[in-house]
Design a protein around this ligand. Structure first.
Ligand code: TRP
Length: 441
């Protein structure tokens, strides 16, 4: 076999990882979760989750990936722990389930592209979301989004899309900064900033058990942790790169995009009196489409915005399809295009359920249950099972001494498992309550 490729540059790796991290999670899910969980109260817990749990967890995936030079499933056996491959397999399963509802939301983006052309959402941002977010329109758009994802993966042109993501990140940043600046000029925007930015610690205390699992789930989802993708990406990384430095850049960039989305969405929502309305999963779409309805040349800006968002969503969805597809290719030795079509079709069929109005159900299943389980296992693996030699991969290419690695190791051993196990307990409890009280139905 040919020598394993490595990223041609450190920047290439960072772009790929940021491309995976930045997506609907930042622009759709983050404002939605923040709005549904008390605004700034959620933001505080979310930022703690990202930096105290997400960042060190990303380092675990990077260590496992670069050390083993394997994908998430083979990584564990390569390191000598064949009976831990299930930990990688959970991530593959999470990718597959995530794809099914991610594609539904990707379909919403397609409907907003159409709406930008026809002017369909102008002056009626709320009604428009209601008309495209579930039912036959949603299923049709979900089919289109999935078909494009399948075509890219089956056609082997994913590299081209990943190259396109280099333009996508700066484009998203520019558009969000522009929208945020415009939003700040709106009368009534102050209430939006207050809701978004000034935490009420009483709200955190009284909603602690629902904020924590949502914030942790959002942190894992947006950083693409627990899916095994970061293991796979790091497997191509050269030995002289600093994992902590790369991870810090990725985490910060991803957080900046999410925070900017909030800076765009909340003042606009407040200015249009939609802050208190229950926009739920429509939060970001309703706010942004409302803005495009008022801006000069709003339809053009809207079109550009939703096209860029579509690229961000596609760069994530192809990676979500590739994970289960390569798993099947490796195991059963079937041709890749066929597998991509097969796996994509099954995911499409499963996605019909969220497209009927159950995005929240799927979202919470992944956020509250699958991701904490996946992260819990990889933390237990790195903390208590993997040998010290593997763990020392953290320090390679850095000036960090053994002491820093040991500190991180104890964090991974004790703090992450306790926090994530507690999160999982809350997440399962909330999910069960949601099911039995009919909150999802
Ligand atoms: N982080 C992506 C987003 O915020 C979503 C995502 C989760 C993802 N897991 C992934 C993307 C795996 C690519 C691969 O939209």
């Amino acid at each position: 076999m040919a020598q394993r490729e490595t990223w041609t540059s450190r920047v290439g790796f960072i772009f790929a990882a940021v491309g995976s991290a930045v997506g609907l999670g930042n622009i759709w899910s983050f404002p939605f979760q923040t709005a549904s969980n008390g605004g700034a109260a959620f933001l505080v817990v979310y930022l703690l989750a990202v930096f105290l749990i997400g960042f060190p967890t990303m380092l675990i995936e990077f260590v496992i990936g670069r050390r083993s030079k394997q994908n998430a499933v083979s990584a564990f056996s390569e390191l000598g722990y064949g009976n831990w491959t299930f930990a990688g397999a959970i991530g593959v399963f999470a990718s597959f389930i995530t794809l099914s509802f991610y594609s539904v939301v990707g379909g919403w983006v397609i409907s907003y592209i159409v709406g930008s052309v026809t002017g369909g959402y102008l002056g009626q941002a709320g009604t428009f979301f209601g008309s495209i977010s579930s039912g036959t329109v949603a299923i049709g758009a979900h089919a289109v989004f999935m078909a494009v994802t399948i075509a890219i993966v089956a056609g082997g042109v994913a590299d081209g899309i990943e190259r396109a993501t280099k333009f996508m990140i700066p484009a998203i940043l520019v558009l969000l900064v522009g929208l945020a600046a415009w939003g700040s000029t709106l009368a009534g925007s102050a209430a939006g900033y207050a809701y978004y930015l000034s935490p009420d610690f009483g709200v955190i205390a009284s909603n602690f058990t629902s904020i924590v699992p949502s914030a942790m789930g959002q942190a894992f989802f947006t950083l693409s942790l627990g899916f095994g993708v970061m293991i796979a990406y790091a497997s191509y990384l050269g030995r002289d790169d600093s994992l902590p430095a790369d991870s810090a850049i990725i985490v910060v960039l991803n957080t900046v995009v999410a925070l900017l989305a909030g800076f765009a969405v909340f003042p606009i929502l407040a200015a249009t009196d939609a802050l208190t309305g229950s926009t739920g999963a429509g939060t970001a779409f309703v706010a942004l489409a409302g803005a495009f309805g008022q801006l000069p040349a709003g339809q053009v800006i809207g079109l550009v915005f939703f096209v860029v968002l579509l690229f961000a969503a596609l760069s994530s969805s192809i990676s979500l399809l590739e994970a289960p597809a390569s798993y099947v290719v490796d195991r059963y030795d079937v041709a890749r295009p066929k597998v991509a079509v097969g796996v994509g079709l099954v995911s499409f069929v499963i996605g019909i359920v969220p497209a009927y109005g159950y995005v929240g159900l799927f979202n919470d299943f992944v956020f509250n249950i699958l991701l904490p389980i996946a992260v819990l296992f990889i933390a237990l693996f790195a903390g208590w099972v993997a040998n010290r030699e593997s763990i020392d991969e953290l320090g390679r290419g850095t000036a960090l001494g053994q002491g820093a690695t040991t500190l991180w190791l104890w964090w991974v051993r004790v703090v992450i498992p306790i926090v994530v196990a507690y999160t999982l307990y809350l997440g399962v409890t909330n999910f069960y309550t949601g099911l039995t009280t009919g909150a999802y139905f």
